[in-house]
Design a protein around this ligand. Sequence first.
Ligand code: PMV
Length: 342
Amino acid sequence: MFTATCIAPVNMALVKYWGKRNEELILPINDSVSMTLDANEMCAKTTISASESFKQNRMWLNGEVVPFEENARLMRCVEGIHRLALANGAHKFPLSWKVHIASYNNFPTAAGLASSAAGYACLVYTLARLYDLPMNEELTTIARQGSGSACRSLYGGFVHWQRGLSADGSDSIAVQLAPAEHWPNMHMLILVVNDARKKTGSTKGMQLGVQTSALIQHRAKEVVPQRVKDLMAAIDARDFESFAEITMKESNQLHAICLDTYPPCVYMNDVSHAIANFVHDYNETVGSVQAAYTFDAGPNACLYVLAENVPRLLAAIQLAFPNDASQSVEYLKGIPVPPVEV
Ligand code: PMV
């Protein structure tokens, strides 16, 4: 039997991926940019074993059996790795051996906290370790076919998923813009507003958006390209104010498109909106932009803040949201690492 165990981190989008131009290959209509979190804080951990004696492929997620062979995305990742292993030539055991996969998330699954990103990145990375494949851009094209945003979790730091133009998706890859050390005092706070499963998953929300939103194509063509350029410049210059403005506008536009979808997809709740208002008020009170929010397809808030400003912001959050602040505030060091074998 051969076994590999790896952990992979969550990434949080700054410029959001929303909408596919190819559902099967998971090709996006626009580029996106993200920051990868510290894998010690929020990660997926996956163990994969391959054995001659296994009768079938099997998978457990957080201890529960999940369908394997009927899961097209899972199978595409396994087949993608098999193709690379064949091309690579140097695998220790026959590709016909079945695998058993056990994966755990140390944070709520499917609550808009990028669980599928960490999960599929971890799956692909662990398979690559099992078959002795090197980490490269091709792996990001395989992780992308599990869950789009997963391609960005294969790198630490700041990551750019280029939408690509080809029909086969070979140029829809993730690349690292800067490692975590480039901006070491960038931190993130997660305010867990609700850790229940979301009502409309991102796949369905995006499909409906592409079909019914009048704003979504305008965003993809006219808004995102410039925002990606501006955000890259802000990251490069460690310009927190520009970073914060782009990040908040991006979050707002994602949720505007979700509301423009018919029927609308509502991911943020009253508490989420109160948090967004709080951040704008806070920045006004302190007299400079010291905090930024972003919301994915769920109500939970991610706040970006520089290390030196964390205590003041945390104190203000606890004043503004006193009831459950001690439980709901999760403090992340924000020193991201890429996936590692453990
Ligand atoms: O990769 P998916 O299908 O879970 O979609 C992720 C979509 C957002 O999290 C809302 C945005 C993003 O770029 O991660």
